[in-house]
Design a protein around this ligand. Structure first.
Ligand SMILES: [Fe+2]
Length: 247
């Protein structure tokens, strides 16, 4: 097994797609925009073998037809969402283990932002591809599920090893960071992270789960519950999500 390489690609206005390259093979997590992805492949001389999709939103699947036409890559996504994803060559269920560039990728059910949203955890790459579930200093807006569902999804991801790189679908760091400071103003780790991002000392994302645990207000719902006048983590999460929706 060769060392896995992960490349984050900026797409559209604020999306991220990710290439994972290992064993001489390359897979893509989410397909927002063809041109920057094809360029990243060409720059490295990589051929795209497979596209893995986290959820059905257009800014995650819109470039699938163009990428399939250009590369012949196969398409993998959630069986539960097969009716609203591009045509799938492989349909997955939570708990399945699929192949990503010769590495096992565990399929984790993370509904909330959408029903049928999945994340991929690749232990050999020490990375999780989380789409719009757990994101940098935030989490996806709850469109189709409810707060208890999203909280349970975040707990599933929070159970991964601390060193796991959280590769999520957007760079909303500025807005997420500004919100996080309003609910967690005394958090030195959060201030350090935002300072490092502002001075370009290091990117806001992707970072490890350990860093998200320390700085992401939604993962910190249990710690923030008391300041919100609540004694329950799930209620605190729901309150934080509602505050962010109106921020
Ligand atoms: Fe989305």
């Amino acid at each position: 097994m060769s060392e896995a390489e992960i490349v984050a690609i900026r797409c559209l206005r604020d999306n991220y797609a990710y290439l994972l390259h290992a064993n001489g093979r390359t897979v893509l997590f989410d397909a927002p925009e063809a041109e920057p992805i094809l360029q990243a492949l060409a720059e490295r001389g990589w051929r795209l073998d497979q596209i893995l999709l986290t959820h059905h939103h257009d800014d995650h699947v819109g470039a699938v037809p163009e990428l399939v036409a250009a590369t012949g890559a196969t398409v993998t996504g959630a069986a539960a969402d097969a009716h609203r994803l591009p045509p799938l060559d492989r349909a997955l269920r939570p708990g399945d283990v699929t192949d990503a560039a010769g590495l096992p990728a565990q399929v984790i059910d993370v509904p909330g932002h959408t029903i049928g949203h999945i994340a991929f955890y690749v232990p050999d790459a020490r990375a999780a591809f989380t789409g719009d579930s757990l994101t940098a200093i935030g989490c996806g807006r709850i469109f189709e599920g409810d707060a208890p569902m999203m909280w349970a999804s975040l707990q599933r991801l929070n159970a991964l090893p601390a060193e796991t790189l959280i590769c999520s679908g957007h760079d909303y760091c500025a807005g997420n960071g500004a919100f996080a400071l309003t609910v967690d103003p005394d958090n030195a780790d959060l201030r350090d992270r935002l300072q490092a991002t502002a001075t370009a000392a290091r990117p806001c994302a992707p970072v490890t789960l350990a860093e998200e645990r320390a700085t992401n207000p939604f993962l910190r719902a249990p710690a923030l519950a008391a300041t919100l006048g609540l004694d329950d983590a799930e209620q605190a999460f729901a309150a934080l999500r509602a505050m962010k929706d109106n921020f």
